[in-house]
Structures are given as C-alpha cells and as structure tokens.
Design a protein around this ligand. Structure first.
Ligand code: NAD
Ligand code: DAU
Length: 377
C-alpha cells in the first residue's frame, strides 16, 4: 500500500498515527484529512509538516463528492479512519452532530471507497478500510472490589494477574453491543456500517475497539489534560458523581503502534480489542495526577487535594470499562510498552512544558464551552 488517508489526523490519536506513519514509512504518501473542528489542530503535527511524504487536506468526511474526488486524484489504497466527534459530554448536549459526523461521515467514506476501488481492474486487491472504534460500544461492566487488596488495582498486559481488576468480566471481541451515550451509539452504528460493507460488497475492512487513551495532544475537555491544567492553575477539579467509575487507560503511542501493526498484519473482516489491562478508579487516578503535578511544580505534597470538587454525575455514566486484548497479543504479538506510572509522569510533564499549546487550544470557543459546562454560565 502506498497512498494512505488518515482521517481525523489533526486530532489527539490521529496526530500520533500520522507522525508514526510519516516517520516510519518514507515510501508512503500519507494524507492527513481533517475538518479542523475545535478538536483538530495542525500544531499537533508541527514537527512533521515539512516531510516530503506528508500532505494535509482540509475536508469534512461528510462531503462524499470531495472524498470520492480525493480517492481518484490520490489513488488511495488504504484508509485509517479516526475522524469523529469524540467527547461523551458534548454528545449528551448535541446528539445530532454526533450522528452526522460519526455515522453519515463514515458512510460517505465507505461509499466513496467502494465506488473508487470497484472501478479499478484489481478491485479490492491490496486495499484496506480500517475503522477505529471504541470500547464504549460494549456498554458498561459491573464493578467489584478485590477482597483484601488496597487500591489501585493496576495490572499489566505482561502480567498474568488479570484478576487484579475491578471485576471478573472484560469486554471481548464478541461481547454484545450495548451503547449508552449518543457518542457510543453513533460509534456503534458506524461499526455496523463498516462490517456491512465487508459482508455485502466484499470490502476489506477491519475494526478495532480501544480503551481510554492518554498522552500528549489530547484536547483538554477530557479528564487527564483538563485536570492537569486545572491543578496547575489551581482551578476546581470537577469529579463526576463519587469518582467511582473505572476506566482502562492506554498510552496513546501504544495505540498508534497497535494501529500500525493491525493495518499491515491484521486479518480482513476481523475485530481486535486494544487495551493495556490497566484499570483505574477515577478518584485514584486523580490523586496520582495531583501527586505528580504537585511534585513537579514543587507544591507541598497533597496541597492540590483541596481542589477536588464532587459535581453532578454525567447522565448515563458507564460504571466500568475493561478491555481484554489477549487476541491482539496472541495473534499479532502486540504489547503496551509503558507502565502506567511512567506514562502518566511523561504525560504530566508534557502538558506542563507545553503551556503555549494548552493556551492556544483553550482560547475562543472552547473557553465558552468550558464556562457553560463547569461554571454555570
Ligand atoms: P479527537 O476529538 O481528539 O479528534 C477527532 C478529529 O476528527 C479532530 O481532529 C477533528 O477535527 C476531526 N473531525 C471531527 N469531525 C470531522 C469531520 N466531520 N470531518 C473531518 N474531520 C473531522 O478524537 P480522538 O480522541 O483522537 O479519537 C479519534 C478516534 O478514536 C475517534 O474515532 C474515537 O472514537 C476513537 N477512540 C478514541 C479513544 C480515546 O480515548 N480518545 C479511545 C478509543 C477510540
Ligand atoms: O473508552 C474510550 C473512550 O474514552 C473514547 O471512545 C472517548 O472518545 C474518550 O473521550 C473517552 O471517553 P470517557 O468518557 O471515558 O473519557 P473522559 O476523559 O471524558 O472521562 C473519563 C472519566 O472521567 C469518565 O468516567 C468521566 C470522568 N470525568 C470526566 C471529566 C471530563 C470526570 O469525573 N470529570 C470530568 O471533568
């Protein structure tokens, strides 16, 4: 495969995938396609913007005609599809935008790819449509506490002690879809369309469902960058409900490495779960962030604990996510490279050292959204 489109390439995960492909595959023509919504930022790709194998195209994935044209002009062989509206809280306020981008946008890409690839003599030979999805489509798991063990109950992919999690059950590739938020319902719908294009037209598709990512360049409406920034500026930390919800965290570069591996070696029509067996209760994770930021900034230990502010819970808040990524590990040999403690320290340092990036992305429209969400304006 030579000509590859990465949609949502100016966003958080997309920018790490674009960077990896541009640096690792000089022989590829890597096209970063993005509408540059509030969540997309070309500053995320500054370090590679002048590479000869990189091109940026500003486009809305819902624009079928424009994308069909791009497929023809660039002779696109592969699509890695990350563009989406991605924030659950926004989906609760504005579900239509989520259905439009995540469902209709994905459908526009599928149909344009189908028409172009079917017009070629080789048809689908050597082509691939790789759709990036989320563990949220599976719904929520029950939460239990391992007897006699103090939190946090962290586990690692290389450890066999998976029972040290917040429950016996995990999300597997064949877990029934049961989305609860407009965001996850829209993602679930797009996953079904992708699989339908394989089953109906024979398009070579792949779907992966990943757990929560963290790391540099994440838009600071999401828990980790929002809280790091708020601790730095001594603003309240809005913890939803009791802070009991559990998320399974993976360093974003490990996700990008998994995407690279699956794009090249994954089996057509398969689904792979991606996750690091790294479950944290929100409140425990928040305490780790407070400790790390306070220590790096030289604040007295624990002085930012007073910023914790319990607020009304998120509507339909999923209790626990936990991914079983055994299939990916066994079949393709993928493993997360970072321990969580290392990853979170690296992440905190990055945000503290990149205040200019933070100031840029939090100016303007985002500031208005933040005030509506958290300041009762
Ligand atoms: P993000 O919000 O940071 O980035 C999304 C990108 O898509 C932005 O650059 C935005 O400008 C672009 N975009 C939005 N609407 C578009 C449109 N209509 N046309 C073209 N571009 C558009 O999201 P993210 O966290 O990087 O997530 C990327 C993908 O990975 C999403 O599909 C998401 O569902 C999935 N995912 C995310 C996580 C996570 O923890 N962040 C975990 C699993 C899966
Ligand atoms: O699981 C994968 C998903 O992870 C992705 O598909 C989504 O795109 C991504 O946004 C993320 O969804 P979450 O809803 O889990 O992430 P978020 O960072 O919004 O919230 C993480 C947890 O922290 C969740 O339980 C809600 C809670 N939270 C979040 C925010 C923003 C708070 O308590 N306070 C907050 O201010």
């Amino acid at each position: 495969m030579k000509n590859i489109v990465i949609t949502g390439g100016a966003g958080f995960i997309g920018s790490h995938v674009v960077r990896l492909f541009v640096n690792k595959y000089p022989e590829y023509n890597v096209i970063c396609l993005d509408k540059l919504t509030y969540a997309g930022n070309l500053a995320n790709l500054k370090d590679i913007e002048n590479k000869p194998n990189y091109k940026f195209v500003k486009m809305d994935i819902c624009d079928f005609e424009a994308f069909y044209q791009l497929m023809q002009n660039e002779k696109v062989d592969g699509i890695i599809h990350l563009a989406a509206e991605s924030h659950v809280d926004r989906s609760i306020k504005d579900p239509f935008t989520f259905a439009q981008t995540n469902v209709m946008g994905t459908l526009a890409l599928l149909q344009a790819a189908k028409l172009y690839w079917e017009s070629l003599p080789e048809k689908y030979e050597g082509k691939r449509f790789y759709h990036i999805s989320t563990d949220e489509v599976y719904g929520a798991l029950e939460l239990t506490h391992p007897e006699g063990i103090e939190p946090p109950f962290t586990t690692t992919a290389s450890s066999s002690e998976h029972h040290l999690a917040y429950g016996k059950d995990f999300f597997y590739e064949d877990t029934k879809y049961n989305p609860h938020s407009p965001y996850s319902a829209a993602k679930a719908s797009s996953d079904h369309f992708v699989r339908a294009y394989h089953d109906t037209y024979g398009m070579p598709t792949i779907v992966t469902n990943c757990s929560n990512n963290y790391g540099p360049y994440q838009f600071p409406e999401k828990l980790i960058p929002l809280f790091i920034n708020n601790i730095r500026h001594r603003k309240p930390l809005p913890v939803y409900g009791k802070g009991e919800n559990v998320r399974d965290w993976l360093y974003v570069e490990d996700h990008a490495r998994a995407i690279d591996l699956i794009f090249h070696k994954g089996k057509t029509a398969e689904t792979y779960n991606i996750g690091g067996f790294n479950e944290w209760k929100n409140i425990d994770l928040i305490k780790v962030m407070i400790k790390t930021v306070d220590s790096i900034l030289g604040n007295p230990e624990g002085s930012s604990l007073e910023l914790i502010t319990y607020v009304t819970d998120r509507a339909g808040h999923d209790l626990r996510y936990a991914i079983d990524s055994t299939k990916l590990q066994k079949e393709l040999g993928w493993e997360p490279s970072l321990q969580f403690e290392e990853g979170i320290e690296k992440t905190v340092r990055w945000y503290l050292e990149n205040q200019e990036w933070m100031d840029n992305v939090t100016s303007g429209d985002y500031q208005k959204y933040y005030e509506t969400m958290y300041c009762g304006k």
